[in-house]
Write a new protein. Structure first.
Length: 380
């Protein structure tokens, strides 16, 4: 039971420093070989239907070969009221992909790190906050204690994180973070963080802070790293970072349009708001901005008459001696004036897109004040 080699996992020094000298098997009937590296902090119960509840009295670190929640199954990380740190960090050591097709629940902070393994979300996740990364964390002790943490500096590189059609991920009182070599939110998928931020990053490595509106600093990578959103993202603030490209063809909304939307790419990168894309918030973009979608004024909600906000463009800040690049910093302040470089055809397409998106918005939930209903008058 205690024969696992942490050195083989590249975690020996980290675990020794944190005081994790041993461990215990947890839920052997659950699958995925869960192994508790913080002995005594958790117990597990699996019902006859295969639903599992892991009850924790304090912060817990759990190692898995693979992390899967099957269709129709529920995995609940339940913290006792006496817990002073309601964080559970899960990390995997196997190969292949990890899929959440059922329901993952928690009354605390859930972290899932799958180094070098793909992460698919096809079901539902609801926790106070959630972090899913296919890029290895450099220090699990810092992650467990919600301290600033670096990813990908010493461990495995990332893989794809995909949120599939119909999936819903909700952070009820904190942040929702997705990180990988590529992050893809499919049409029909939903990411919600009403009291926090939705943060996505596609990079070879990144640093994650624990304070500030912007908390992610991406590192470089040898391959293209893209964030693609065709779903629905709603939060107090939204932070999207990528080394190569960010593409939005869905809805990104911040607290009725009054929160910040940060969309930043690396040198030579592009931010795209496509014809089906809608951005409702105070927008800040770093990179070449290709916008044929809809940017709504914070004061006008989903009014079809709104046009693109005023835009200021200026060269990106570079360190002394650094060669100039092609990148451009674009700051969209949420004004109501059309930018001077908008052509009449561009404005026409934008207004057509507003009308189309507005029709779609009317069918969505009332979250953050979106209006719903059939459009029929009373009595019809």
């Amino acid at each position: 039971m205690f024969g696992r080699s942490y050195e083989a996992l590249g975690l020996g020094c980290l675990l020794a420093t944190a005081g994790w000298a041993g461990g215990q098997e947890l839920c052997p009937e659950l699958g995925g070989n869960p192994f508790l590296l913080t002995p005594g902090t958790a117990s597990c119960l699996v019902d006859p239907m295969g639903n599992a509840t892991i009850t924790m009295n304090e912060a817990s670190l759990i190692q898995w070969t693979q992390f899967n929640v099957g269709v129709g199954k529920t995995l609940n990380f339940d913290f006792l009221a006496t817990a002073t740190n309601r964080t559970v960090v899960n990390f995997t050591t196997g190969a292949g992909s990890n899929t959440i097709a059922g329901t993952l629940l928690s009354n605390g902070r859930v972290v899932l790190v799958t180094p070098g393994q793909r992460l698919d979300v096809a079901g539902a996740i609801q926790a106070e906050s959630f972090l899913g990364s296919t890029i290895a964390a450099d220090d699990y002790n810092q992650l467990l204690n919600n301290q600033p943490t670096s990813f990908g500096t010493t461990g495995s590189g990332g893989r794809l994180v995909r949120v599939r059609p119909g999936a819903e991920v909700q952070a009820t009182s904190g942040d929702l973070v997705l990180a990988g070599s590529e992050v893809s939110i499919s049409g029909g998928a939903t990411l919600i963080a009403p009291a926090g931020a939705v943060r996505t990053v596609a990079a070879g490595s990144f640093n994650l802070a624990n304070t500030g509106l912007e908390r992610i600093v991406p590192g470089g990578g040898s391959t293209p790293a893209n964030v693609v959103n065709n779903g629905r993202i709603q939060a107090a603030h939204v932070e999207m970072k990528a080394t190569t490209e960010i593409s939005n063809g869905g809805l990104v909304e911040t607290n009725g349009g009054v929160g910040k939307i940060f969309m930043r790419v690396g040198p030579g990168g592009t931010v795209i708001n496509s014809g089906t894309g809608m951005l409702n918030g105070i927008l800040e973009v770093t990179g070449t901005f290709d916008d044929v979608g809809v940017v709504l004024d914070p004061d006008d909600g989903d009014a079809a008459t709104t046009v693109k906000s005023a835009v200021s463009r200026f060269p990106a800040v570079r360190r002394p001696g650094e060669k100039p690049g092609r990148e451009t910093v674009v700051v969209d302040t949420g004004g109501v004036a059309a930018s001077v470089d908008n052509s009449r055809e561009r404005t026409k397409r934008r207004n057509e897109n507003v009308a189309a998106n507005r029709s779609g918005l009317a069918r969505k939930s009332g979250f953050f004040g979106l209006r719903g209903g059939s459009g029929k008058k009373k009595g019809e």
